[in-house]
Design a protein around this ligand. Structure first.
Ligand code: GLC
Ligand code: GLC
Length: 814
């Protein structure tokens, strides 16, 4: 069953039924001011940091699940009936409800009681505000006398404190109202120099800023007393819960349309210009008034919307494909790329599953995210890499997370996840391949943000690599530390105390448990680093990385191979994990996917065996599960992985983040049918038809789909902010379609399904537009290229040296 449809031409998903199985959301903003918005206008806004600069309040895990947001109410002044055009919060029956989630904007509307209304929400580029354009049309035969109400609930900035520290917070709320603009200024009197504002383009019939005045006692957003009465009360918040609500009365002739613009924004004043007049307690508004005046003008708002559209056109225009598969096209051309930008902007901070107060930016996650967005935002990728590297520890290890506002590593989850440092190599390598900007390697970057400790970025990569060499275990495999990619494989934890963190509790000295996954990652990173070193003219150093990688490869063959697949790890007793000898957890996806992705076993048939075993034992119709058999009980020696009921999350769930490793591994074996089949099983668009089972948005990936051991097999959770976005994009773009960035140019190496006649693509790479067409003439993956009509040797096309800005590539597959 579907709840809407894709409008590919407009790059929108159109939801036609408001009661989607879960809130289906979108993101507003792409620079500093952000919001999340559901299909019924739920959600919240923040400036840069979802915890520390939260503009509006949101209660997670509410009932109904998604309650609170950017709500508009309409009220018929004749009948007294009121409703919300976005369905929530009043949930009255609506005609023609639709929610259009587009690139950086959402339009929600409906018709009810003969009144058509829709609101377009977006954040203009380069501004710290959001625009709501409410358009109301009278579809009746008679005149309509309507009141429109806006509403938001302010958050007292620190979302964590806001939700817990009531003995203080019920006293601090303060507002000002001036010329119809509501200013939220809690704590402005003391150390904050920022405030929020909520403005309206039309003359007001009233406003409210105290929640209780608006909602009434013992009432909620579904039936505000002031809306019911048809008159806001001009209340001022003193403590308690500041809100913003405007009332505009509209008299509409039959067929008449009116637009009201509401603005919600954030502003920071210079510390010496907080008050006007100086010495008073009144906000100096002179610096913010021009922006307010500008965007309250509907013409300006429309122009800003057009600029936003062009921005997304240009970002998405960098890579466009036309294949025989509509789901591939839609995800590559629109939604997967869009999701990659959202994961870059948000990391793992704010979604309907990430509360914005939990995590900082993950070192591992942020490096992997680069794979998906570096072509769209190379300058910001550069900045991100330097920020990440600056949190690296002198040992080469890393804090697991850092705070975006301070850019410092935090100790919440500590460090010692022994895979972390290698992701920096992977990320930097992706950046170099995309941009050819070798200067980044010479950038001085501190360790642990310690002034004076700066070394070239290149040295950070060297330390990342040697970190593992200094931490090898009894078999010569890398010690796992607190965990590797699988945060829940906690082999040194041994926690028997409820509530302890699996990631930071360490009851073992960590000298025994080893990870075959990190070994595979080490081989991969070692080869990437060798390629970088050799192009820097460091031949001997490059050779030493290759030698270390080869040595690790033979250790994997000797101690990391189980006969039919790669082992996963050794635990603290030196016992195997992910082996046929195990009772549960006999085979895992991560080590198999990543070792083959790294090229291990391609020559001697072990890679083939490993992928066949993965296919037979782990692949399901909804995707590939993490391991089998699922852990049926808690294992002290394994940690969090066995804390989940079978089929969920790391305990044999379908972790969509790692499925692409298997897709890439299959392309390395030349098996395009299998690679694309795996791709399709978790492709959200291809799952649209089963939306009632899948439940999450059909336009973006979710972190997890419940595995076959779960009663809810096939149900997705945790959509949007997941490494799944980048890895799937990377797998389809660079390995299945095979349009791959390399240090030397663009490599063309498709491994596509045998029944595809070919495909075309446009790729802007280092400033040059490549028009690529691939034609299948045989069933294999051998490719012969002509570039601008001339046959060329090999399959890497170096950037033109003669100033050409457009290149045409034709590839024949046979
Ligand atoms: C989550 C984390 C990621 C980790 C994965 C597996 O997605 O963000 O860092 O690798 O879970 O545990
Ligand atoms: C939990 C989750 C895992 C996530 C981790 C982040 O362990 O299962 O997916 O990576 O928390 O700390």
């Amino acid at each position: 069953m579907r709840f809407g449809y894709f409008d590919d031409r407009n790059r929108e998903y159109v939801i036609t039924q408001p009661d989607t199985p879960l809130p289906w959301i979108n993101y507003l903003g792409c620079q500093a001011y952000f919001g999340i918005i559901s299909n019924t206008a739920g959600g919240y806004s923040f400036y840069r940091d979802a915890r520390l600069r939260r503009l509006t309040r949101y209660r997670y895990n509410n009932a109904p699940f998604d309650f609170g947001g950017r709500y508009v109410y309409l009220r018929d002044r004749e009948s007294g009936r009121f409703w919300s055009p976005s369905w929530q919060p009043t949930r009255h029956a609506l005609e023609a409800y639709s929610c259009r989630h587009g690139m950086g904007y959402t339009v929600i509307g409906s018709t009810a009681n003969g009144i058509e209304a829709h609101t377009r929400y977006f954040v203009p580029l380069d501004e710290n505000l959001e625009v709501w354009q409410l358009t109301v049309t009278n579809r009746r035969q008679t005149k309509a006398r309507i009141s429109a109400f806006s509403s938001i609930e302010f958050c007292l900035w620190d979302a964590q404190d806001d939700a817990t520290n009531f003995q203080r917070n019920f006293n601090t709320g303060q507002v000002e109202v001036e010329q119809g603009v509501i200013y939220h200024k809690t704590e402005y009197r003391e150390r904050r120099n920022h405030f929020a504002y909520f403005a309206c383009s039309e003359p007001l019939a009233g406003f409210d800023t105290q929640r209780e005045a608006f909602l009434g006692r013992y009432r909620g957003w579904e039936s505000p007393v002031a809306v019911e009465a048809g008159q806001l009360t001009n209340s001022f918040a003193h403590g308690w819960a500041p809100i913003g609500a405007h009332q505009v009365n509209l008299d509409l002739e039959p067929g008449e349309t009116r637009q009201i613009v509401f603005l919600l924004g954030y502003h920071e004043n210079p510390v010496d210009r907080k008050f006007d007049p100086p010495g008073s307690q009144t906000i100096d508004k002179s610096l913010v008034k021009p922006a307010i005046a500008r965007y309250l003008d509907p013409g300006e708002a429309d122009a800003a919307f057009e600029r936003l559209r062009k921005y997304w056109d240009s970002l998405l225009g960098i890579f466009q494909v036309n294949t025989p598969d509509i789901h591939t096209n839609r995800m590559v051309n629109i939604w997967n790329a869009y999701q990659c930008m959202a994961t870059f902007n948000m990391s793992r901070s704010a979604s309907f599953y990430e509360s914005g107060i939990g995590r900082g930016l993950g070192f591992r996650d942020s490096n992997q995210d680069l794979l998906g967005f570096v072509h769209m935002a190379p300058a910001r990728a550069r900045e991100r890499i330097l920020d990440l590297a600056a949190t690296q520890l002198p040992t080469g290890g890393a804090y697991h997370q850092y705070q975006p506002l301070t850019k410092r590593g935090n100790n919440d989850i500590g460090g010692g996840f022994n895979d972390d440092p290698h992701w920096l190599i992977v990320g930097v390598s992706a950046y170099l391949k995309e941009t050819g900007d070798w200067s980044i390697l010479d950038e001085p970057v501190p360790y642990d943000n310690e002034p004076g400790s700066e070394q070239p970025l290149y040295e950070h990569l060297q330390r990342s690599f040697s970190y593992t060499l200094a931490r090898l275990g009894p078999h010569g495999l890398p010690l796992i530390g607190r965990a590797d990619w699988n945060d829940c494989l906690n082999l040194n934890c041994f926690s028997d105390t409820p509530g302890q963190s699996f990631q930071t509790t360490t009851n073992k000295d960590g000298k025994v448990a080893e990870s075959v996954f990190i070994a595979g990652l080490f081989v991969h990173a070692g080869r990437e680093l060798a390629a970088i070193a050799s192009r820097r003219g460091l031949a001997a150093e490059a050779a030493s990385y290759l030698a270390e990688a080869a040595k690790m490869e033979s250790v994997i063959r000797e101690h990391g191979w189980d006969g039919e697949w790669f082992l996963r790890a050794y635990d603290d007793f030196g016992a195997k994990i992910g082996s046929k000898e195990c009772e549960e957890g006999k085979i895992f996806i991560e080590s198999n996917g990543f070792c083959v992705l790294a090229g291990i076993g391609l020559e001697d048939g072990t890679a083939l065996k490993a992928m066949d075993a993965t296919g037979e034992r782990l692949a399901t119709k909804h995707g590939i599960v993490v391991q089998q058999p699922a852990y049926s009980r808690y294992y002290l020696n394994l940690g969090e992985i066995s804390s989940y009921p079978p089929g969920y999350k790391e305990n044999a769930g379908i972790f969509c983040h790692v499925n692409p490793w298997v897709m890439i591994a299959e392309t390395r074996l030349g098996r395009g049918d299998r690679a694309h089949d795996y791709y399709s099983r978790i492709n959200p668009s291809a799952r649209e038809e089963i939306s009632d089972l899948h439940r999450c948005e059909p336009y973006v990936y979710a972190q997890m789909i419940a595995g076959k051991d779960a009663p809810t097999f096939g149900e997705a959770k945790n959509s949007w902010l997941t490494g799944t976005a980048a890895w799937n994009y990377y797998a389809i773009a660079q390995w299945i379609l095979g349009i791959r960035t390399t240090l030397d140019g663009l490599e063309i190496a498709p491994v596509i399904p045998t029944n595809w006649p070919g495909f075309t693509a446009t790729r802007i790479f280092r400033g040059v537009t490549y028009n690529i067409s691939i034609e299948r003439q045989g069933e294999g993956n051998r490719i012969a290229l002509t570039v601008d009509g001339a046959p060329v040797e090999g399959n890497i096309v170096a950037p033109p040296t003669d100033g050409r800005r457009e290149v045409s590539i034709k590839g024949i597959l046979s």
